[in-house]
Design a protein around this ligand. Structure first.
Ligand code: SF4
Length: 376
């Protein structure tokens, strides 16, 4: 790449990236305002290789969305429904455990559980859900409840955030997914999700979890009405929290899907914008070990390309995804381990199966399972 033909600020950013120095707010803004996607991607890819070599991660997981009934009704969400809506649903604990049991012969290492902010499910439902899942499959890591749900559970249980997290951990909770962060800008919150947990509240839950040794992820919903400044501020707020607690595992940029939302007049994100969000995140979030290209949202083909633009993780098999598909996602409901591995191989990376906490699943265990699958 010929850097000498680019504007002088590129030299400054490139020098910082090569020296492992932290990028500033202005640097982030310049990157977002640039259309030089190959230059942004080259820098992000260099950082990704420095942090994770040629490894690209995936996980054998199962998603469960226990209920879409939600009192918040955020304008960008096609999943959340009023209790009386004909598309509203809630699953009993038995149904949830049944879904997990139905896959008991598969080598799933994580169950990923999120739902809406339900007006009247009691606190004991959530604790029992975690406890019964753990009883059914003790070897599985339970990655459940966004910070928004945790704050709600604290509220209905009358306990502090930390005591609520302790309860859930005692029942079997392993870590928290990163949803609900959206964009921290007060302007966006006011216009799109005024009832949702505040940015301060979201960061408080993440911090409380990290202080208890419970890891979590972080997200940003992009591609709606947010500005480049608001994106950079969001990323820097996450970076600051990570400096303080070190408990975030991965950052996941979430591409907005407008269909069936109150913002349906907006367009889907473009591939260019998707790649830029992944690459800029890799460059700004120097203290996040992993950047995920969530294939459900940007499609497997672009997620594969993203492995050369800063991402080192594709998420996983999923099996049954509801949230993005209710907003018009045209991707499959799940992917096989073989498909994920092929995408990674062909991107020039080494596929590495991980568990939720990024412990590596030994290739010998995967080979043995694959042989058993072929033989069965
Ligand atoms: S984004 Fe979450 S909190 Fe908002 S309406 Fe959807 S399910 Fe509810």
């Amino acid at each position: 790449m010929d850097w000498s033909k680019r504007e002088p600020w590129w030299q400054e950013i490139r020098g910082k990236v090569e020296a492992g120095e932290r990028l500033s707010f202005e640097d982030g803004l310049r990157l977002y305002q640039s259309n030089d996607i190959l230059a942004i991607g080259a820098l992000a890819n260099a950082v990704r290789r420095r942090m994770n070599g040629d490894k690209a991660f995936y996980i054998y997981n199962q998603h469960i969305n226990y209920s879409n009934i939600c009192v918040n009704l955020c304008r960008f969400c096609a999943f959340g429904k009023d209790k009386g809506d004909s598309a509203a649903y809630e699953m009993s604990v038995e149904e949830i455990v049944g879904k997990i049991q139905s896959r008991r012969h598969e080598p799933i290492t994580e169950v990923h559980i999120v739902g809406g902010i339900h007006p009247d499910l009691p606190y004991r439902y959530y604790v029992e859900m975690i406890r019964e899942i753990k009883k059914a499959r003790p070897e599985i890591h339970i990655h459940a409840f966004t910070a928004v749900e945790i704050a709600h559970l604290a509220n209905i249980s009358g306990q502090s955030i930390s005591d609520t997290l302790r309860d859930l951990r005692e029942a079997g909770l392993g870590s928290l997914p990163g949803g609900g962060a959206e964009v921290f800008s007060p302007r966006i919150r006011e216009r799109l999700c005024p009832k949702k947990l505040s940015p301060e509240g979201w960061l408080e839950v993440a911090g409380a979890a990290h202080r208890l040794g419970i890891k979590s992820n972080a997200t940003m919903l992009y591609g709606h009405i947010e500005s480049a400044e608001e994106r950079v501020s969001h990323l820097l707020a996450l970076r600051q929290t990570q400096d303080e607690t070190g408990g975030f595992m991965a950052f996941i940029p979430l591409a907005f899907h407008p269909r069936n939302t109150e913002l349906s007049e907006l367009s889907n994100t473009t591939g260019f914008n998707d790649l830029k969000n992944i690459a800029v995140a890799r460059l700004l979030l120097d203290n996040f070990p992993h950047i995920k290209a969530y294939w459900v949202m940007i499609g497997p083909k672009l997620a594969q390309i993203a492995l050369n633009f800063g991402a080192d993780d594709l998420d996983g098999t999923i099996i049954e995804e509801k949230i993005t598909h209710m907003a018009g996602a045209e991707t499959a409901q799940g992917m096989t381990r073989a498909e994920l591995r092929r995408l990674i191989h062909e991107a020039g990376c080494t596929p590495v199966e991980r568990d939720t906490l990024y412990n590596i699943i030994k290739p010998s265990a995967i080979n043995a399972q694959q042989s058993a699958e072929k033989g069965s």
